[in-house]
Design a binder for this molecule. Sequence first.
Ligand SMILES: NC(=O)c1ccc[n+]([C@@H]2O[C@H](COP(=O)([O-])OP(=O)(O)OC[C@H]3O[C@@H](n4cnc5c(N)ncnc54)[C@H](O)[C@@H]3O)[C@@H](O)[C@H]2O)c1
Length: 335
Amino acid sequence: MNVLVTGGAGYIGSHTCVELLQSNHNVVVVDNLCNSKREALSRVEKITGRRLAFVQADIRDRNALDAVFSRHPTDAVLHFAGLKAVGESVAQPSRYFENNVLGTKNLIEAMGDHHVKKLVFSSSALVYGSEYAPPLTEDLLPNPGNPYAENKAEIESMLQDLSGADAEWRIRILRYFNPVGAHPSGLIGEDPQGKPNNIMPNITQAAVGRLSFVEVFGNDYPTHDGTGIRDYIHITDLAKGHLSALQRLSKGANVLICNLGTGRGFSVLELISTFEKAASRRIPYQFGPRRPGDVPVLFASCTRAEKALVWRAEKSLFDMCKDSWHWQNMNPGGY
Ligand SMILES: NC(=O)c1ccc[n+]([C@@H]2O[C@H](COP(=O)([O-])OP(=O)(O)OC[C@H]3O[C@@H](n4cnc5c(N)ncnc54)[C@H](O)[C@@H]3O)[C@@H](O)[C@H]2O)c1
């Protein structure tokens, strides 16, 4: 297949490009590099021994998208491009709406005009909000608790309406839980700009001395060790979930929402102690207050993805920690 990957230079996009190229798909990446580096794509080519096409463009730029679709025959789009920092979305809601919601609207209009009607979209477990008890199933009504999660819920709804209006569209909406880890080669991985928001880059940066300690938000949750429990999923398992979704786009419902997680939760302290074993070093940490909106326990029901995508996450928490460490140790300053 000829696959257009928006946001392909980013963390999840770059790992998915590896899987696509290794499965003999042709890849065109569109990315404005606002949160990534071109180097990630050179590394993807190094890992796979294959070339991809790169267009530095913004998905809000309709002329640029038209040029891409005119020049590159496209069968399907994997849409990762977006801003993803929850705190930033609270501070800059209109920027997030403009980039994420209006950017996606622009993309699907360009796709429709160029008769490209196969789409896999990156959504988030954050659309469930904080009210539901796990395991979270896809039929729960979205209950987003911040502007970023609202963007995802609005896009999901727009895609469902689109499918209702035009049955030619084939759409998969994938709700990620907590992607961590890196490609086992250590050549690509998560490389946040500025202070990392997610727990794993905080741990890896503390491991290489870029941060003096990891702040653990809350140790008074009703869990076995007081810290929050999350469903961590290895980035290569997540990337493979996209390939399964792509391969089965023509089968089943026109539009389908699927969780991508492992269905198992681990506490922050379990994550840190597993990392310490994988990296053979101690990780300094300090407890801070709970973050507003955080819930004690979150993990996915994976039944739908297992059935509809014929996909299941395979890698362990130890694999996630080992590969995250390998990446950061080989690239202490990132790309
Ligand atoms: N990483 C996570 O924990 C997580 C969890 C759930 C959902 N997601 C979603 O998955 C997708 C990918 O996340 P990621 O972790 O790889 O993030 P990332 O920031 O590493 O990658 C996103 C990429 O999109 C690009 N981009 C952003 N806005 C753009 C625009 N207007 N035009 C063109 N390119 C643009 C960025 O430069 C970046 O390369 C995002 O939509 C994110 O919301 C991520």
